[in-house]
Design a protein around this ligand. Sequence first.
Ligand code: ZN
Ligand code: ZN
Length: 177
Amino acid sequence: ALGHRVDQHDQHAAHERINYEYYLRKFGEPAPYTQPLLVPLTLEFTAGEAELARSRLQAFAEAGVELEPFGLNAFLVRAHPEWLPKGEEQAIIEEMAEWILSEKKAVDIAKLREKAAIMCSCKASIKANDRMTREEGEALLGRLAACEQPYTCPHGRPIVVHISTYQLEKMFKRVMS
Ligand code: ZN
Ligand code: ZN
């Protein structure tokens, strides 16, 4: 019997959902734990963007990113949450900066955290065509079942889970006995 399994093309979506709920919780913590960077990342802006960024440092801080003005139009990333997906920190912070600077009025912090959590979850999740063992697949399903909203990925795409007849019968017997 196959038992429960996630459709191979949906293993990315399933993993994304699990990771998304984790990152959203992390971003939502009132004081995100930030790791001071020994070698800070840098962000380069145009003069106009830099001015706007200086007035929106609080929005970055609300997402756990501590910026320090550096020269005319650049910033050092002094700290960021230590749980950002490894190797993706620069790309994630640059994308966040783009959102923060593109907001016409005040930055919606809840929306910023949600978008950042979606981006992190996508980057941290297994790819659709990566091979998973059956045990890994079952572990993934177990974690998916524990999610608050296990039916769609954070982009809103439905996650397809196959349940074999054998598994259904087994579940029924468990309910009956
Ligand atoms: Zn994705
Ligand atoms: Zn998705």
